[in-house]
Design a binder for this molecule. Structure first.
Ligand code: GLU
Length: 457
């Protein structure tokens, strides 16, 4: 049996780091088990679903390194859901309800006032054909509810009905089907809510493992009942904890904050985003994992904790730095070329500057400092300027190597009596226009005798 998983986003917004946790959990699970990964757009809500978002999700997943084995759109599969509806109707498991939202709300309040659980009382089951015709004559259309199997003979006398599953992440789970309302599967206008298309597709597409956020745990109880009503064994479920912002709020697809697109545009490495999305809120320490193959190795669903995990974007900066500092020239080369950084200098340049990068593209800034005009003019006090002017006269003869900086500064120290920061900083500023940066021993060689002399203050 091929392990088959799916990531099922609704294309109603951009995916964020929390959705990425779901996507990656499925992807890594598939990779680890030689399985199949389906990207399935839950776009039954045709009003709110947009092709633009579906496209953006595909781009984001690709950037993260997720390559779906197949892509499905629920909006193209309505005929399949219609068959499932027919099957449930035939079995007497889908019944027509005519209540308006206001009527339902009134009933809910009444039940609460009577200290009854605010679940749907199945009043529509009592409707006669004549009642229904009357509603229809008034122009009312029914919505359709799934009759949960939580009673013996009389649907108005429910009894505790436990559904169990052994969750891949949370361990043994129990949901009581008598504690919930019969779920609405089809709306008045004939459109489908998420539940039925999801279960129908999971059956039809041979999904063996459903890995998703723990906001779906209760749904799972009802969905297991629907799987069975449609004649299928439910798949294995795994519900991971959700991510929140640092202040504990849920992440929203609509807010656009922390969207994968915005993190990409901010220049983060996909592996820093992936490492954090997968390792945060688990028993593993959050660390920069260099590539997807290594993340597959490290991935372990059972290590995911049960409580929500806070996502702190500052952690991304740390991971990003670490990844860049450890990126070999071979791995960086093509990307450097895209920044017009090539030739013999490219490798020593990369090795010298990678330890100072926050973002990969900062490399262009250092290339410019080393090879071109200084983007920022050196800012030196008159005294430091005079000192640096004299120091430049003591520069050793070419050819230069890594030792040159030491030879030069020792000479300068002897001649001027300056040492430490008061010696290095004016030289750094004169050479680079910056107060921070890579080792001067490396920079001096990269800048080379000719350009260095041109920078004498
Ligand atoms: N579209 C649903 C969601 O984004 C999918 C849930 C599921 O994986 O079944 O929450």
């Amino acid at each position: 049996m091929t392990i088959t998983v799916r990531f099922a986003p609704s294309p109603t917004g951009y995916i964020h780091i929390g959705n990425t946790r779901t996507a990656l959990s499925n992807w890594l699970y598939a990779q680890k088990n030689d399985g199949k990964f389906i990207l399935r757009y839950d776009d039954t809500d045709v009003e709110r679903s947009k092709e633009e978002y579906a496209h953006a999700i595909a781009v984001d997943l690709d950037w993260l390194g997720i390559k779906p084995d197949c892509v499905e759109y629920q909006s193209q599969r309505f005929h399949i859901y219609a068959k499932a509806v027919e099957r449930l109707k035939q079995a007497g498991l889908l019944y027509a309800c005519y209540e308006t939202a206001d009527e339902l709300e009134r009933r809910r309040k009444l039940r609460l006032a009577r200290r009854l659980p605010p679940i749907y009382g199945r009043e529509a089951l009592k409707l006669t054909d004549a009642d229904k015709s009357e509603f229809e004559a008034k122009g009312r259309k029914p919505h359709w509810r799934f009759l949960l199997p939580n009673f013996e003979n009389d649907p108005f006398v429910t009894s505790r009905t436990e559904v169990h599953w052994d969750d891949l992440i949370r361990g043994p789970q129990t949901v009581d089907l008598a504690s919930m309302s019969d779920p609405v599967l089809v709306r008045e206008d004939g459109t489908y809510l998420y539940t039925l298309p999801s279960v129908t597709d999971d059956i039809d597409m041979g999904v063996t493992h459903i890995i998703r956020g723990d906001d779906h745990v209760t749904n799972t109880g009802a969905q297991i009942a629907i799987f069975r009503a449609l004649g299928a064994e439910p798949p294995v479920f795994g519900h991971h904890n959700l991510l929140t912002t640092v202040s504990g709020e849920g992440l929203s697809k609509r807010s656009g904050a922390l969207s994968i697109g915005s993190l990409r545009e901010a220049g983060y490495e996909p592996m820093s985003v992936a490492s954090l999305a997968v390792l945060i809120g688990t028993s593993e320490a959050v660390a920069a994992v260099p590539n997807m193959a290594a993340l597959v190795e490290q991935f372990d669903l059972t290590g995911i904790s049960k409580s929500a995990a806070k996502f702190d974007p500052a952690e991304l900066d740390t991971l990003n730095r670490t990844l860049l500092h450890e990126l070999s020239f071979g791995e960086a080369q093509a990307r450097l070329e895209a920044l017009d950084i090539s030739g013999e200098q490219a490798e020593p340049f990369w090795l010298a500057i990678r330890g100072n990068l926050e973002r990969f593209n900062d490399a262009a800034h250092w290339w410019q400092i080393i090879n071109g005009e200084l983007p920022e003019a050196p800012l030196l006090s008159d005294e430091d300027k005079a000192f640096a002017h004299d120091a430049f006269k003591l520069l050793p003869d070419a050819p230069w190597n890594r030792q040159t900086w030491k030879d030069w500064t020792e000479r300068v120290k002897m001649e001027t009596g300056r040492k430490g920061k008061s010696l290095f900083m004016p030289l750094r500023i004169a050479l680079t226009g910056q107060t921070h940066g890579p080792e001067l021993a490396d920079l001096l060689v990269l800048i080379g005798p000719e350009r260095t002399k041109g920078r004498q203050p």
